[in-house]
Write a new protein. Structure first.
Length: 85
């Protein structure tokens, strides 16, 4: 994520949609790798870590809400699949 896109040093109430999608997909790949039978677990974990690190590595002050929302969504999916299965 570029410094050109984020001009202000810190934003408190804006959620970046692209970073949110990347964070949700990253956390889903990281925590729910056993649900994906097509991809090897080490590949999905590596991709998930890369995607989460992209969001966490954004300019300081950005990416916090996206990371927390992605973790909560992925945690809910993990809980639901472990309760159902």
């Amino acid at each position: 994520m570029s410094y050109k896109k984020y001009n202000a040093p810190f934003v408190t109430e804006k959620v970046d949609i692209i970073a949110l999608v990347v964070a949700i997909l990253g956390w889903l790949l990281l925590l729910n790798n056993s649900l994906l039978v097509i991809i090897q677990p080490f590949v999905s974990i590596a991709l998930g870590l890369f995607m989460v690190a992209m969001v966490l590595g954004m300019r300081p002050g950005y990416g916090r809400y996206e990371t927390v929302i992605g973790f909560i969504v992925s945690g809910c999916v993990w809980i639901l699949t472990n309760i159902i299965l």
